[in-house]
Design a protein around this ligand. Sequence first.
Ligand code: ADP
Ligand code: MG
Length: 250
Amino acid sequence: MEENWFVEAVDIRHAYGDEPSVDGVSFRIAKGEVYGLLGPNGAGKTTLIRILNTLLPPHAGDALIGGRSVRKDPASVRAQIGVCPQNLAIYEDLTGVENLVFFGRMSGLSGSAARAAADEFLGLVGLSERGRDRTRSYSGGMKRRLNLAIALVARPDLVLLDEPTVGVDPQSRNRIFDTVEALNQQGMTVVYTTHYMEEADRLCDRIMIMDRGRIVGEGTPRDLKEPLGDPAEVTLEDVFLSLTGRNLRD
Ligand SMILES: Nc1ncnc2c1ncn2[C@@H]1O[C@H](COP(=O)(O)OP(=O)(O)O)[C@@H](O)[C@H]1O
Ligand SMILES: [Mg+2]
């Protein structure tokens, strides 16, 4: 099968100290896919996302995004991606609209395009009515939804979402899902990091399961479930526990 790979990562390695945090990871993501990144705490998911978004250079290996190398051409990589970081990255002294206009402008939108996109994406994440308020007054779920809108506002080809639903209520979580699904239907490629299994099962075309910096499983949810029994009965949680074990991680 001819595939149109949008992300091609080969043997990525990184260590903050002596212990590797990403230990020889290779994968490919097709244009238009929703690709899940699952793993226990400390698996290396955020490190891998930081390498893909050019915040952290890999110690070995490389990733091509739209054919551009994160090592050699980070500016071209950044121009194609939107990032929703695990730790909120919003300005609390600015309103929701001002945050979106600011990040839209940073991504190269003109002033009028940024203002139009700000209104559109505020609506998409259900924040139109609070868009003129400073984000300091937002609830946790509202901040998460804005954090997502910021990643999307310039309509990047690829969006990297690092635990976008952590600690939010079910309504915010559903709105985040619906937003990701809507943008994906318009052709955006998505990398979705989570440790909520049912989210990954619902959203992702394919999933990589990481543990201790390595890939321990990869495939469609169905592919991953099949070795354990009837895919209609097996959950992704069963797969996850069988691949990563039951020991708690911190
Ligand atoms: N800034 C850092 N300095 C030192 N070690 C780090 C740093 N960030 C992460 N680590 C370590 O790297 C490993 C992978 O962490 P991380 O990529 O955050 O995993 P995940 O996102 O899957 O929870 C962990 O062992 C973590 O303690
Ligand atoms: Mg993380």
